[in-house]
Design a protein around this ligand. Structure first.
Ligand code: HEC
Ligand code: HEC
Length: 269
């Protein structure tokens, strides 16, 4: 299993050369996020102006890595990644010198309050503790016997992703979307993973393992991994409902009251 992981890591490390010319590994230009705010009207219908997907199959983009978003948009436009919905949507972004429109949009979503800081959707079924425990083991340690490497090795212990490597954040992502992507990687319907890393990994996973890791990721908050205590949705929901709570003013376009001053800052990023 160690050698399989090493091979995967080497594959990922070698890949930047394949698309470095499209500068997926640079930084967002200054001011791009502000420019992007006026270019996401169409996108917000499904992904939310605050970057929280409106349906479990519309991925959250809030706090997603800038380079990863840029790569996906380019991939949808070139056909390297196909989606009956997104292939067309990505083409609605008008061409611009030096991909300025794509960069502005990627910067906008990447700089929103991270998806992992949002409470679970109202009415969402509580995750089964045994399933979460299995998901946590797969995510942090992998399953040697099945040749599944630890997801954390690339996606980060807190599921925070890796910007320069264009590896996506997964913490707080919709479970249904994560399962669908793993299935698409396994079947080859999604074929844009550098060095085919995600194809190899997803093909090694069972349906039970896929849903367990997805359930774990949906409730994962990087802060809890860093020792700040588990994410407390109940407390957060109460702060949202608190009378007189003010807008958080982060430009999310959705009224999202801030925690009262003096409240634990674990939820206020
Ligand atoms: C009608 C709904 C809809 C609209 C409008 C829409 N998207 Fe999407 N978007 C989706 C769906 C569904 C997916 C997942 C596709 C898949 O399953 O592979 C997606 C995926 C993405 C992804 C990949 C996310 C990831 O984690 O890999 C990005 C980036 C994205 N959309 C950006 C945009 C942008 C920018 C716009 C506006 C130009 C936009 N979308 C408009 C539905 C939509
Ligand atoms: C060797 C590095 C590596 C390892 C290990 C790895 N991944 Fe990935 N993963 C990637 C890269 C790189 C991408 C981005 C692919 C692309 O560019 O489209 C990705 C993409 C994904 C996506 C798509 C996210 C989205 O927003 O569409 C999911 C889901 C995912 N990985 C889940 C997992 C899970 C679950 C594991 C562990 C079982 C895992 N990954 C292990 C490198 C890795």
């Amino acid at each position: 299993m160690k050698s399989a992981l090493a091979a995967l890591l080497v594959a990922v490390l070698l890949v930047p050369s394949a698309y470095a010319k499209d500068d997926y590994h640079g930084l967002p230009p200054a001011g791009a996020a502000a420019q992007g705010a006026s270019k996401i009207a169409v996108c917000a219908a499904c992904h939310g102006a605050n970057g929280i997907g409106m349906s479990p199959l519309y991925p959250n983009l809030a706090g997603q890595k800038y380079n990863y978003i840029l790569k996906q948009l380019e991939n949808f436009r070139s056909g390297a990644r196909k989606s009956s919905i997104m292939s067309g949507m990505a083409m609605t972004i008008p061409p611009s010198p030096d991909h300025a429109n794509l960069k502005d949009i990627a910067a906008y979503f990447s700089q929103l309050k991270p998806m992992s800081t949002y409470p679970a959707a109202p009415g969402a079924p509580a995750a089964d503790p045994a399933e979460l425990a299995l998901g946590k083991v797969i995510y942090n340690r992998g399953v040697g016997a099945d040749n599944i490497p630890a997801c954390a090795a690339c996606h980060g212990l807190g599921g925070e992703g890796n910007g320069p490597m264009a590896i996506p954040a997964l913490a707080g992502q919709h479970a249904a979307y994560v399962v669908k992507q793993l299935q698409q990687f396994a079947s080859g319907a999604r074929a844009n993973s550098p060095g085919r890393v995600m194809h190899t990994i997803a093909r090694a996973m069972s349906a039970t393992q896929e849903s367990a890791v997805a359930a774990y990721l949906q409730q994962l908050n990087p802060d809890s991994t860093l020792g700040l205590g588990p994410k407390d949705f109940t407390h957060y929901a109460q702060t949202l409902a608190a009378p007189g709570a003010a807008s958080d003013g982060n430009g999310s376009g959705q009224s999202k009251p801030a925690a009262p001053s003096g409240a634990a800052s674990a939820t206020a990023h």
